[in-house]
Design a protein around this ligand. Structure first.
Ligand SMILES: [Zn+2]
Length: 274
């Protein structure tokens, strides 16, 4: 599952390659799952539109599309990569890989392709009349300290599943939740509503630092995501706890523990995290 840093890297990579280009025609596969908006609706809407900007919103990639003569955004095309979705920008001569579900042919002659073997990814149009696509929760990289603290006030669940709750913060996934709780020295099982102001402050700082570090590194390379060119785009950041069960904590040497919390594999140092 690509996490926020991977999605940011992909969105930025796609933006660099296609902004200013226009959609000439589109093709969609016959599978139903990838299309939150019916393909016929997208076929009617997309051709002729100019790609003004591509940016990450939560774990979604939002394409701002305008009419050629106008700077105003006419509609947004929203891509969620799901588990295995990829966006490729390539020449039409490149063989179309299996599991390709969408092809946008661009005025430059290139194609933007959406490939997704497991079909958990989603493509949709977002009508701009409803305001810019904002996703379900708050943006972890820009949320203010007071708003961050308010998200967890009175919450009876553990802080780790609270961090993963996309209707609170959007885009935080399993790896970076574990890594930021380690940095903030907070045990993942702690009651979200009982964290002190000081701990919440540390957690927000840690979460933002971990995400920014991963974005700088190009996202974490735990899987076979490729960037918009189809090339390997990701470099592993050094995980402090994630995936390190039984290995010594990089701070104190205590073996890292793994538990299952809210159905998700959770890693922490029983000494450093209180
Ligand atoms: Zn430790």
């Amino acid at each position: 599952m690509p996490e926020l840093p991977e999605v940011e890297t992909i969105a930025n990579g796609v933006h660099r390659r296609v902004h200013g280009d226009s959609v000439v025609s589109v093709w969609f596969s016959h599978y139903r799952e990838p299309f939150k908006t019916p393909p016929a609706e997208m076929e009617a809407a997309l051709p002729g539109l100019r790609i003004a900007r591509v940016a990450r919103v939560g774990k979604h990639i939002a394409f701002d599309l305008s009419r050629k003569s106008s700077r105003e955004i006419a509609t947004q095309w929203i891509v969620h990569l799901g588990m295995t979705g990829r966006l490729l920008v390539c020449s039409p001569n490149v063989p179309v890989p299996p599991h390709t579900h969408a092809i946008l042919r661009l005025a430059s002659g290139r194609e933007l392709r959406f490939v997704d073997p497991r079909r958990f990814g989603r493509l949709a149009l977002h009508p701009i009349e409803e305001g810019a696509f904002a996703g379900p929760g708050r943006e972890p990289l820009t949320i203010a300290p007071a708003e961050f603290a308010a998200l967890f006030r009175g919450r009876k669940l553990a802080i780790k599943p609270a961090l993963l709750n996309q209707s609170l913060l959007h885009g935080v996934g399993n790896i970076y939740a574990d890594e930021s709780l380690f940095r903030a020295r907070i045990r993942p099982t702690r009651h979200a509503g009982r964290l002190t102001q000081e701990e919440l402050k540390r957690l927000r700082t840690a979460l933002q630092a971990v995400l920014r570090q991963a974005i700088r590194a190009g996202g974490s390379s735990i899987s076979d995501y490729v960037d918009a060119d189809g090339e390997e785009g990701f470099f592993q950041i050094q995980h402090k706890v994630y995936g390190r069960e039984g290995q010594p904590c990089r701070v104190c040497g205590t073996p890292i523990r793994r538990i299952v919390l809210g159905g998700r594999s959770t890693h922490f140092c029983p000494h450093c995290q209180k």
